[in-house]
Design a protein around this ligand. Sequence first.
Ligand SMILES: [Zn+2]
Length: 248
Amino acid sequence: MKYALVNGVKTAPSPNLIGVCSCCKQPVIAKCGIIKVWHWAHASLNNCDNWWESETDWHREWKSHFPVENQEIVHTDPFNGEKHIADIKLVNGIVIEFQNSPIKPEEISSRERFYNTMIWVINGKGFEHHFTIKHKLPSHKSTTVKNCRIHYNKYGNKIEICDVLKNGRYHEYSLLHIQEFLDNYDDSRMYSYQWNYERKSWRYAKKIKLIDFGNDYLYQLMHYNDSFECVKLWSKREFIERALNPRK
Ligand SMILES: [Zn+2]
């Protein structure tokens, strides 16, 4: 954990500091070594939250974009008293979970039931070389491409024909021209993709799933026109700004 309570105040670890876990209220010790990121660990060796994964620089980098009061928020189930620590809880109640390691479908479902309104941010660094962005797809709402008919194979990987109504006539475009056309005239941020050695457990996630490959974008896993799978790109800056100002 990045925070524990020291004299009732949410505090980051520093050498020789002892605090109390904000979730189970048991003693925690500041671990300030040179290999792992500085963190708080339970004195009893047992972490009270079995969903908690050991924290990486990646977690810390993400959390640092949010105010301290939104980080590591304890959630309690009002019916059975079960407690977990959400990575981020926004003012509007939405929880953001940053997931670094592979996760079982059962745990995905449990967490989604527990937090209900939540977003997953998945660290894609471990599989970025198995994930290939293929073709830009036309936006659903774009008026520019409303007369554009594009055909895909069942995986959404190949665009075959495109006719664009221009001066009352349909023009046929080659594959290259279709891509140029979409790049220049369509503000769609959706792309088909191929994911080899897919982490299939994420298919069980019903909430918003965003993959972070370490560049300036987040790749939302979704379906195109309720058919094949695609990704929608969000700039990280836009995502953080919208999360911090949910009414904008
Ligand atoms: Zn605890």
